[in-house]
Design a protein around this ligand. Structure first.
Ligand code: ADP
Ligand code: MG
Length: 563
């Protein structure tokens, strides 16, 4: 039964904008469908989503009186008093989504049936301000099988500023796709279908197997290199103990991406883009991942509702935890354990050296006065420079050198492309496919030639016919997903830049660990002649300096060498 929340409860609910863009509408409607126990959720988006978003489910539906109340403010079936806020287990609880969406759109049409002989249609027209319940609402009987369909048209049609702040239709759709994908992967028991302009871009089977959902999103290669896991950890805070259950599926470390967006997390059923938890997952992979690479996986957490606060963010993007560090630690150790028992055989990376293809250094090195005096753990070069001891991170230095060389080569000659013969088959996740669609020109300018697989089914399978080959080093065709993500992320700057950074950091073009004295000296000299020698392309330092003063103090000497 849907009722109106009392003012005391309302005042405790995080206030703010619920409907910021089409993807927020999609999230709210999908969450309502899941709260209603749907086994199938179908999402349709036209254009950028402001034209039309429609979400249909086969959940429990609503009786006529409830359907009429559902679009009013502060009406919910999920919460009755302020105390419940602590223990609510549904995804919704504010009774805000449907009225906020109705207020932001030209028209909201809800058709529902709770299993009775006939259903109900509620139409809220003309947007209008739902805060005072003044909007134009009509309720009429309608035919429909059990479940609910909500169709929203003309979103932001009377909010030109909001509408102008949206990105391109393809980019907005990519956001919708990202949130639907997150739910599709964390709820493999539910069948999700996503369509854009009538074309199916994602369909999971709802078999309750992670591998099947991963297959639908990331293709065969990723799905066949994944292991499921299931574990639990005790956490305690302020003298109380709780159990955190963690389960999911982790792709093996040979399946990586350049960004962390492919770590899909949910907390008590709510799929979230939580940076802390995503980082905890990546930390769990630890050194299994090549430098600068991010994992692909699905991780679900379950913990007592009182330990989680879903009420910290108006759009529910983030959650609060009673002890966030303990929860992150539980995630990290669960992932680490899961990977330590998984069969992770992988092909060794071939270490190559860029040197052969690099022109000799001509610019003067800022490290001219520097002498390599030793090495530590195959990772660091110890160097003497005046009264300082410099520690150079060999990998970071190499990345910087590679990056500047690549950039120079690309600036003077562009990026060469080489054809792939026979063409390689690559599958992209629906979100990446949407991003490719949105940025195809740029991706092709970089040297990729990509054709969609002929069947037009939107299966996300592509034929890569040519790849970029800067400095004569061809990209692997399946780097396409990374390149697409990089190009989409590189806002105003040269989109090639992100790509070059990743390429520079790719293990296959970094020198091996065992440098000869000569090579070590050359790395330092080259680093010194870089334009920005002190950071790697991703902004981490390449050199740390310890001046003699530190030793003087540390050893309790009164002065330095001369004293
Ligand atoms: P909330 O989800 O916070 O309760 P909403 O505005 O999203 O608020 O929805 C209001 C109410 O409408 C819900 O509490 C629920 O009872 C009902 N409702 C909304 N969508 C559905 C759906 N797809 N199936 C069944 N009931 C729904
Ligand atoms: Mg809701």
């Amino acid at each position: 039964m849907i009722r109106r929340l009392d003012p005391g409860t309302r005042s405790k609910i995080a206030a703010g904008e619920v409907v910021a863009r089409p993807a927020s509408v999609a999230v709210e409607l999908v969450e309502n469908a899941l709260d209603a126990g749907a086994e199938t959720v179908e999402i349709e988006v036209d254009g950028d989503g402001t034209d039309r978003i429609r979400v249909a489910d086969d959940g429990r539906g609503m009786a006529e009186s409830d359907a009429a109340l559902a679009v009013e403010r502060h009406t919910t079936s999920k919460l009755s008093a302020a105390d419940d806020l602590e223990t609510v287990e549904t995804l919704g609880f504010r009774g805000e989504a449907l009225p906020s969406i109705a207020a932001a759109a030209a028209r909201l049409e809800l058709t529902t049936n709770d299993g009775g002989p006939r259903g109900t249609r509620v139409v809220v027209d003309g947007g209008g301000d739902a805060t005072d319940g003044e909007h134009d609402k009509t309720v009429s009987p309608a035919g429909r099988a059990r479940g609910t369909t909500v169709e929203v048209t003309g979103l932001f049609s009377d909010r030109p500023a909001r509408k102008k702040s949206l990105a391109s239709p393809k980019a907005e759709f990519a956001r919708v796709s990202a949130v639907v994908t997150r739910y599709a992967l964390t709820r493999p028991d539910v069948r999700f279908v996503l369509r854009h302009d009538g074309r199916e871009t994602l369909a999971t089977p709802g078999t309750d197997r992670f591998a099947d959902a991963l297959l639908a999103v990331y293709g065969r290669d990723a799905a066949s290199h994944a292991s499921t896991f299931d574990s639990s950890r005790e956490v305690s805070a302020a003298g109380e103990t709780a159990t955190v259950e963690v389960d999911g599926a982790l792709c093996h470390p040979e399946v990586t991406r350049s960004r962390r967006d492919h770590v899909h997390v949910s907390v008590n059923g709510r799929a979230l883009a939580e940076p802390r938890l995503r980082r905890a997952v990546a930390d769990g992979y630890g050194t299994l991942l090549p430098d600068g690479r991010e994992p692909v996986g699905v991780v679900r957490l379950r913990l007592p509702p009182a330990w989680v606060d879903h009420n910290v963010h108006p759009a529910k993007d983030e959650v609060g935890f009673r002890d966030a560090d303990a929860v992150a630690e539980a995630v990290e150790s669960s992932v680490r354990d899961a990977l330590s028992t998984a069969d992770l055989r992988r092909s060794g990376e071939v270490a190559m050296d860029l040197d052969s293809s690099l022109a000799p250094v001509e610019a003067a090195s800022v490290f001219d006065d520097l002498r390599v005096i030793g090495r530590f753990r195959g990772l660091y070069l110890l160097c003497e420079a005046g009264d300082e001891l410099l520690v150079v991170d060999q990998h970071a230095a190499h990345e910087r050198i590679n990056y500047e060389r690549l950039r120079e080569a690309v600036e003077s000659a562009g990026i060469d492309a080489v054809s792939v013969d026979p063409p390689a088959t690559v599958s992209l996740s629906p979100t990446d496919a949407a991003l490719l669609d949105a940025n195809r020109d740029l991706v092709e300018k970089l040297g990729f030639r990509v054709a969609e697989f002929g069947d037009g089914s939107g299966s996300g399978t592509y034929r890569v016919e040519a790849v970029p080959a800067p400095l004569g080093r061809p990209f692997a065709p399946d780097a396409l997903a990374d390149v697409v993500a990089d190009v989409a992320a590189g806002d105003d700057a040269d989109p090639r830049d992100e790509l070059l950074k990743d390429l520079a950091c790719h293990p296959s073009i970094k020198a091996g660990d065992d440098l000869t004295d000569d090579e070590a000296a050359r790395v330092v000299e080259r680093l010194g002649s870089c334009e920005t020698p002190y950071t790697c392309p991703h902004g981490r330092p390449t050199v740390l300096a310890i001046d003699e003063e530190t030793f003087v103090r540390g050893f309790g000497r009164r002065s330095g060498r001369l004293g």
